[in-house]
Design a protein around this ligand. Structure first.
Ligand code: ATR
Length: 285
């Protein structure tokens, strides 16, 4: 659509940014909802990040998404942070306030949970233990979302044990006694009576080795999900599906995490539809 001189402005800051699917995603919603607005890819080097982000209010931006490698820098640059952003320790969405200050949010946990709720409506986080594989940036958002949703027990396992311990120490201060640590070599045993298994590692991603895990101990009704979405059906999802377990792929997390930002900048809460999924899938390798 044509944009006017009053168009609302937002975008995504990354380095590089050309891989980002966000312009296509927000562009789809701007068209669909007929919003007079624009969402731009902003390629910003790490050394320029602070200057650029602090200039956004002066240029009339309503906010931005933040992607690799700037999520921690954005956490430090914002004037205020939401509780989610504080707990996760990273910012993926900045909302510029009326006074020009920067509010930092993290919507990855929202995206993760909204994806599960829409992909598997009968599933309830409160019903049993969740097994989280991996302890990187994505795992922080997944842990936070599960703990906020009253998951009774999280079994966290990661190749580098110390990294999992760091996450344990951090989240245990907010949600005491909910997380237990499992050695990576013993991950098969963690699946006993689980209600959810989440792969937050990069294993299974196109060009990476598959995640090796035996699902023999997995209950038949346990939900299995992956944050990797290239390919859409990762080896663990394929394995789970073949033995009859419910599965939810990772693309929906990417789509849903974008919704709160769009709502804050453009004034309408967009929806994730099959049409949107197909449009985004068409652009994936
Ligand atoms: P992100 O921000 O996407 O979570 P990250 O912070 O680089 O990315 O984390 C990647 C995750 O994948 C980590 O849990 C990492 O394990 P380590 O902490 O031991 O590095 C995990 N990972 C990557 N390659 C792996 C491999 N070959 N085997 C097991 N885990 C792997």
């Amino acid at each position: 659509m044509t944009i006017s001189g009053k168009a609302k402005l937002a975008g995504v800051i990354g380095w590089p940014v050309s891989h980002s699917l966000s312009p296509k995603l927000h562009g789809f919603w701007l068209d669909e909802l007929g919003v007079d607005g624009a969402y731009l890819p902003l390629a910003v080097k790490p050394e320029d990040f602070d200057l650029v982000v602090k200039s956004l209010p002066k240029m009339g931006f309503r906010g931005v998404n933040i992607t690799v490698p700037h999520k921690e820098a954005a956490f430090k640059a914002c004037d205020r942070l939401t509780e989610q952003a504080k707990r996760i320790g990273a910012v993926n969405t900045i909302i510029i306030q009326d006074d020009g200050s920067l509010l930092g949010d993290n919507t990855d946990g929202f995206g993760f949970m909204a994806n599960l709720k829409t992909g598997q409506p009968g599933w309830d986080a409160g019903r049993g233990p969740a097994v989280v594989l991996g302890a990187g940036g994505a795992a922080r958002a997944v842990l936070d979302a599960l703990l906020e949703a009253d998951c009774p027990e999280i079994r966290l396992t990661n190749r580098t044990f110390e990294r999992a311990k760091g996450l344990f120490n951090h989240f245990n201060t907010y949600f005491p006694g909910k997380i237990s640590l499992i050695e990576w070599e013993k991950r098969d045993f963690a699946l006993e009576n689980a209600n959810l298994v989440v792969n937050t590692t990069s294993l299974g991603m196109h060009g990476q080795p598959p995640l090796e895990i035996s699902l023999d101990r997995l209950p038949a009704d346990c939900l299995v999900t992956d944050i990797v979405y290239v390919p859409l059906v990762t080896p663990i999802l394929d394995l789970a599906h073949k033995r009859g377990n419910p599965t939810v792929d990772g693309l929906g997390m990417l789509l849903h995490q974008a919704r709160p930002g769009f709502d804050a900048w453009f004034g309408q809460m967009p929806q994730v539809t099959d049409e949107l999924r197909l449009e985004i899938l068409a652009g994936l390798d």
